[in-house]
Design a protein around this ligand. Structure first.
Ligand SMILES: [Zn+2]
Ligand SMILES: [Zn+2]
Length: 458
């Protein structure tokens, strides 16, 4: 069963294109590519050398055109269930992990039937599923949604324990007296720097990132990418960031410290590697030091800093898939602003706490522990990295010491990108320590907004 499940998932993207070939139902695909893909697929699973995937434009893919709410773009419930059965057939023929992975990755990218992250990170997905034993119903419940099957949700029921110390009575906030000392904060988030931005290029190219030389000229009647950025499918040019930082440098008397809540790279996630990500992290950290040499900066980790994007393995994953490459790089960059005692938890799970001013404590948390695109969380990880248990300890100590706490992170809890079970436990903690936590700052949504949190008090 375990082997079958692995292969079921592995060949999903490929087999989706093939399953109707022996069925009386209408064919999903043009016969030319179906036949070409069938040949490629058979060659791969039978151990023949696979040189290239049939060249078909992603835009021509019927599946790509059906993009909907499914976690796998274009995958319908009916197709998913048929694919799983089909995959089991191949697994019984002894197909190997490598054979399947090779074809699945390239076909997935070429045909655009998947998000690029999953295409590139197919090996990661396989590794996760190798550790799970799932029925086709559960597989499709995950991949398509609960309307398709009973979703396997290892995080559905876990509860973090709170200390026995009773919650102190909640005293309404008293506003500081006029003239009382204040601290002002600059919040930077989601820089998404694009070093290859080209003004005047096509800004709506149909891909996750446009505005580059290879996107060509805009269609007649459409304007090209703006000189300093564009609200269409573009990221931030370097000169815009330099201008922003110069402006802020001139205004630096108007803020005391900086919160920097992640998402540094552009959206060309298919090009990103461990070294490109760490180089960018180092470059932006160096820029911030250069422009704001005297400002404390408190960073947190975004979902785009990893490669593949959204991939944040647990600590027990070692070797080539270990996340140490990133967390060690964070420690190396962030030590420009953070004291030595924060390094242990940064290397362990990309979170830390520091008290930069008497009475104020900042806690930076790694919100990829609730990121619903982080496949590693399927490995039944309750409280990844022990971060929430650690948060409770920090908050209890802050309460005992009468400190106020600001929490900083990337993905806001409560939005659909943050898993419900984690959000539930986080809310429970915030509710317990509501008199201690006086501010929470997040990024990720690319919008200015605030969130109301429920509480147990009437
Ligand atoms: Zn972002
Ligand atoms: Zn983000």
């Amino acid at each position: 069963m375990k082997q079958e499940t692995v292969l079921s998932v592995a060949i999903l993207t490929v087999a989706t294109l093939l399953i109707h070939s022996a069925s009386s139902k209408p064919l999903l695909f043009e016969s030319a590519w179906r036949e070409a893909l069938r040949r490629n697929f058979v060659a791969a699973v039978e151990g023949l050398e696979h040189h290239s995937v049939v060249a078909v434009s992603p835009q021509a893919s019927p599946l790509a055109a059906q993009a909907g709410s499914s976690r796998l773009r274009g995958l319908t419930c009916e197709v998913c269930k048929e694919v799983v059965s089909f995959a089991q057939y191949w697994s019984e023929r002894g197909s190997t992990h490598e054979q399947i992975e090779k074809l699945a990755t390239t076909t997935c990218i070429y045909l655009g039937i998947e998000t690029e992250r999953v295409c590139i990170g197919i090996d990661e997905v396989l590794t996760v599923f190798e550790n799970l034993i799932l029925s086709p119903d559960e597989v499709c419940g995950i991949l398509v949604g609960s309307e398709c099957g009973t979703p396997y949700d290892p995080l559905a029921n876990w509860n973090i324990s709170l200390p026995d110390t009773p919650k102190p009575p909640v005293i309404p906030h008293v506003l500081p007296k006029p003239g009382a000392p204040t601290l002002r904060v600059l919040h930077l988030t989601d820089i998404h720097l694009d070093s290859s931005y080209v003004p005047g290029s096509k800004a709506d190219c149909g891909e996750p990132l446009c505005c580059r030389a290879n996107d060509g000229k805009p269609d007649p009647g459409n304007s090209g990418a703006g000189q300093y950025g564009d609200y269409r499918d573009c990221d931030t040019p370097l000169w815009t960031l330099e201008l922003l930082f110069s402006h802020l440098q001139a205004k630096q008397d108007e803020f005391d410290y900086i919160l920097w809540t992640g998402d540094l790279p552009a959206h060309d996630i298919w090009n990103q590697t461990h070294s490109s990500q760490t180089e960018l992290l180092q470059m932006l950290s160096t820029m911030l030091v250069k422009y704001f040499p005297n400002k404390p900066i408190f960073p947190s980790l975004g979902n785009h800093e990893s490669a593949p994007v959204n991939s944040f393995p647990p600590r027990f994953v070692k070797g080539s898939q270990s996340i140490s490459w990133l967390y060690d790089a964070l420690a190396d960059s962030w030590k420009a602003w953070l004291p030595e005692e924060t390094m242990t938890t940064i290397r362990q799970g990309a979170y830390y706490t520091v008290s930069p001013y008497p009475g104020l404590r900042i806690v930076s948390i790694n919100m990829n522990t609730c990121n619903n695109e982080n496949w590693w969380l399927l490995l039944n990880m309750t409280d990844p990295y022990g971060q929430l248990a650690w948060l409770i300890q920090v908050l209890q100590k802050a309460e005992d010491n009468k400190e106020k706490v600001h929490i900083v992170g990337h993905i806001p809890p409560g939005i659909t990108d943050c898993l419900k079970a984690w959000s539930h436990n986080y809310y429970k903690i915030v509710d317990r320590y509501e008199s201690t936590i006086t501010g929470q700052f997040f990024g990720h949504t690319h919008k200015d907004h605030y969130e109301l949190m429920g509480c147990s008090r009437p």
